[in-house]
Design a protein around this ligand. Sequence first.
Ligand code: NCD
Length: 647
Amino acid sequence: MRRLISIADLTNEEIEEIFSLADEAEQLRAARPASGQIMATLFYEPSTRTRLSFESAMQRLGGSVISCSDMKSSSTAKGETVADTAKVVSSYADVLVVRHNWDGAVQAMAEHADVPIINAGDGGHEHPTQTLCDLYTLRKEKGELKGLTVVVCGDLKNGRTIHSLVFALARFGAHVVTLAASGMELPQYVIERLEREYGYGLAPVASNDLSAVVKETDALYLTPKQPHQLALFTQVDEIIQARLNTMASGLRYDAFYMTRKQKERIKEGTNDASYPTIGAAFLREQRFQDTVVMHPLPRVDELSQEVDKDRRGIYFKQAAYGVPVRMALLKFLFDRQETLPRSRGAAISYESPEAIGPQCRNPNCITSKEPLSAPKRFELFAIGESGSVVLGCKYCDHRFKVQYVGNVAAKRYGSYDYTLASNLKEWLKKGELAIFDSIKEAEELGYEPFKSGPQRVLMGEAEIKQALAEMSGRILSDCRDADRLLILGVRSVGSQLAQRLAMEITNQRQRRPELGEIDIYGNEELRRLNPADPDIGPLNLKDREVILVDDVIYTGRTVQSALSIIFRSGRPQSVRLAVLIDRGHREVPMRPNYVAKNIPSSETDRVRVKLCGLDQEERDQVVMYSLIPVAGSQPSAAAGNEKTAVK
Ligand code: NCD
């Protein structure tokens, strides 16, 4: 049974087929192909356009509609789960159209419904039918989607229409410029998917190029051609920066897709920064003379009524296409009975065999809001390809890094690293792979740490101290303006090292540099570390000289992810990379600027930076050891202390 939860549920050819059907909406209306069929609309959130255009579409196809005028007056108010509602209503109707305020709720309902289900917007996640209307409008206006440059603007973090749209634009070969309101950047999971599944690269765009819309916010250019490696930015980069600016300025902007601030998804008072607007100034700019302005509506004050009268303002047309496009979609779904698996690259499904297992970190995900309706199911990425393994929630798509893995049969656990990749595959095949968010979870189930081989000390306390002092001296002598330095550690050992480096710099300069932390798979954000004034506001990267600090560089993928977070958060003057250990074996071209020690190591070696104070370490040390395979191993008192991430 076909359903539409994500825009990934439709292939490009199928989208084209829906558009051809939409072109013939009048003929469809005459043929009444849905005669005798019933559509149920279940809207747990307000809607005008989506709901009414769906209802109109169904009636124009000759079908009829049942609906709950307000889900708050349905059994939901009595505590019914979405799973039960879906099961019940699917015996009353032939298709369900659902809007919900939780991310992933429609996926959960689809698992319990016996009829096709259509996502009319789930929390801040996706809104695929809006995307169909958007693409249809764009194609009508511009002829072809391939090669277009579309600026998506506003609340890119919470705007579900944006998430579905950028994936679709990438699939059709368009370029995307993201122009986010401050603090509302495209989520990391969306960027990662664009990079991994569609081969998109990103680069900053000169903000003065877009100043008619927003000042002081840097845009990012997402393009399928990957003309620039993020790795380049780790070099002192004036020339590269200049080259990028000229490349990105003078872009032809085909469409501006504006969105409102999704205030219902933002905690009050947490983001009062200025919001971009489109109005008369935009319309006057020469470079936007052929740029159409789109908006999923409703608008608040980000899109001035001045644009309504302009030929480029096409948002009312876009809303009107809602009916023919949704007629076409319904007809398409009624004609398809087969199920097509969503194409998601090489992802593997994962459900923990243990009672305690990993949790999706998105607080608005159905798995945390109503676990009864949505068991914890994930997709597992990147085994064998990179240094880390990532879980993606099957419901909301948020991603996070696997920290601890265990073997169910041997009842052993440890922190995950690359050397365990082949074991992991094996355990997965046998259904023996347990994943834990913390040591506590593993220990609660009686797991013991993996046994590790003898340790070899590679660097001692004094050597580490000396290396950090030297590194900070070189950082200071290389930097142009020490007041602009920002020491940014990769969580968690990298952050500790960043603090040590900052201390050294303070000693040498008698002034404390600013310190920040970057969390790659957590909340996907940059934050200050130990700010003197807690109300100082978010970190500003503009024109800063960033020193990115990590403990060990190996495949280079961690640094690549960190760079992508940095460049979508602002435009620093330069980013340089400082690491304690370089293990070699790079998968991504990346050369650190400051290295304390090069340690060529084999894939089965583990290198761990232990820092005093972190996880009860007594002194600073860098150690190397190998792991004793888990099969047949007995719990042992000599088990290694596996408490921090191993790289
Ligand atoms: C959008 C939505 O609900 O996500 N509206 C729509 O469906 N046309 C956009 C919004 O509410 O801002």
